[in-house]
Ligand binder design. Structure first.
Ligand code: ATP
Length: 472
């Protein structure tokens, strides 16, 4: 049996994700809705496992970081103070033939031009004009595009607006970290934290992305996992280095293959940033941003001090000095990590002369830890015993599945394709046909497809060791 990793195409991953209940396109029976996705029965388990591991790494494993769950709607003045209402935009051009929109910085990058969204509108517009002859509309092939214009990414809502004109928009948050900044003082005043300390949050964010593509990589509604770490000005760069190392280790502990990860430093920094690096993953289209680890200086709290008129300084008791904390952040998307996990785990090999697809998820993040089944579903004595094993195990390990559909070979293949590390089969030997095997079951390993016999009383600890104690 070979175990050669075949690079999966994005289409292969999208189709597996839908077929097996990981991710569905949103509103599908109504023709869909661009840039939003629904996580299915397996997807929600995988997603929960990823979020739980992030929370463990960023909150439970640390004495200096606490959690938060701030609201999606906030006072619109926050988005003015942070600069989002003015500057949170992407450069867009529209095809004059078929109206398809392109994100200009990405189109330039695709032909090898070093452009990014931090450039000024004028700079990026000039760059686009200089390269118009090389950029074709991906829909109709035309090179006839409109002038470049900046499109604001904030999604507006009419929450609380009962005026006829509808002229005072509120926004669905464009990033979760603003909720952290505006609660910095509340956390400081209500908990024993002292600088340096961090606030971590997982939650939804919304952006009016110009061309949401690449599946979960770029959605209009997505979830972020962000940690903002508040430090004294002189410690910013040392803490920043530590955080970069911590996040890199966290990616490896999750089980991502190191060869598929790399660091990339930003060339064009926004004016307030001290330094910025992204962890990139080898997605099917190439390396691209998985998460950002940024040193943001004192910009965020300074802006909110100005915007709110409330002092957000830190008083250091030991020295009696007051300062505005500097912030370093780690900011990643659940969807991007989810997609990276699927791509990283995808394997094809040949088993008993047939091609088999399996997901080699690290057991700790696998959506289903074990499948339990009776060898034959028309033998009540097997079904009864299997149900007994299943019910007892489920109390210990909730992420298990019952499956008695089709023959046992088909069941194994199905579980392989969803990345279940273990399959447990109850057969006549379990019932004592061979007395020495009474109360033992077959345990099949996903990656090697080998089967061993273990006793029913050992199943729980075997699966726990195999699935829960790994990694983070
Ligand atoms: P990009 O340059 O790809 O648009 P960004 O640099 O604007 O991304 P940030 O604002 O730094 O992204 O957001 C932090 C993280 O949130 C990203 O690293 C990514 O994991 C996630 N993220 C951002 N935008 C999206 C999106 N539209 N869909 C899914 N995840 C996203």
């Amino acid at each position: 049996m070979s175990d050669v990793r075949k690079e999966p195409s994005l289409e292969t991953i999208i189709s597996l994700a839908k077929r097996r209940g990981f991710v569905f396109p949103s509103s599908e029976i109504y023709g869909g809705f661009a840039g939003v996705y629904d996580y299915g029965p397996l997807g929600v388990e995988l997603e929960n496992n990823l979020k739980a591991q992030w929370w463990k790494k960023m909150v439970y494993d640390r004495d200096d970081i606490v959690g938060l769950d701030s609201s999606i709607f906030m006072n619109p003045r926050i988005w003015e103070a942070s600069g989002h209402t003015k500057n949170f935009s992407d450069p867009m051009a529209q095809c004059n033939v078929c109206n398809t929109r392109v994100r200009v910085d990405k189109a330039l990058q695709a032909i090898g031009i070093d452009a990014d969204e931090k450039m000024s509108e004028e700079e990026i517009s000039n760059l686009f004009d200089a390269h118009r002859s090389e950029i074709a509309c991906e829909h109709c092939g035309s090179k006839d595009f409109s002038a470049v214009r900046a499109v604001n990414l904030l999604v507006q809502s009419n929450l609380g607006d009962f005026t006829e004109q509808g002229n005072s928009p509120s926004y669905l948050r464009g990033e979760t970290c603003q909720g952290i900044y505006v609660n910095y003082k509340n956390v400081l005043d209500s908990t024993p934290v002292k600088i340096p300390f961090g606030i971590a949050q997982i939650g939804k964010a919304f952006r009016n992305e110009i061309s949401p593509r690449q599946f979960l990589f770029r959605g209009r509604e997505f979830e972020q996992m962000e940690m903002q770490y508040f430090v004294a000005p002189e410690d910013e760069m040392t803490e920043y280095k530590k955080l970069r190392e911590y996040r890199w280790d966290a990616m490896l502990a999750l089980g991502l293959q190191e060869k598929n990860l790399r660091w990339k430093q930003h060339k064009n920094l926004v004016f307030y940033a001290k330094d910025a690096w992204d962890i990139e993953y080898a997605f099917p289209w190439g390396f691209d941003e998985l998460e950002g680890v940024h040193a943001r200086g004192d910009y965020d709290l300074t802006q909110h001090t100005k915007g709110s008129g409330k002092p957000l300084e830190y008083f250091e008791q030991e020295t009696g000095r007051r300062f505005t904390p500097h912030i370093i952040e780690s900011s990643g998307g659940v969807g991007r990590l989810f997609l990276a996990m699927l791509v990283d785990a995808y394997r094809e090999d040949v088993l008993n002369g047939e091609t088999r697809v399996y997901l080699a998820f690290p057991p700790s993040i696998a959506p289903v830890k074990a499948m339990i089944s009776p060898l034959l579903k028309n033998k009540p004595e097997l079904v009864e015993k299997a149900r007994e094993v299943y019910t007892a195990l489920k109390k210990d390990i909730p992420q298990i599945m019952w499956d008695d559909n089709g023959n046992i070979g088909k069941r194994y293949r199905r579980q392989d394709e969803i990345g279940t590390p273990f399959c447990i089969t109850i057969d006549f030997d379990t019932l004592g046909e061979k007395p020495e095997l009474k109360d033992t079951v077959t345990l099949r390993d996903r990656d090697t497809a080998t089967q061993t016999r273990i006793s029913i009383s050992d199943i729980s600890s075997r699966i726990r060791v195999g699935t829960l104690n790994k990694g983070i």
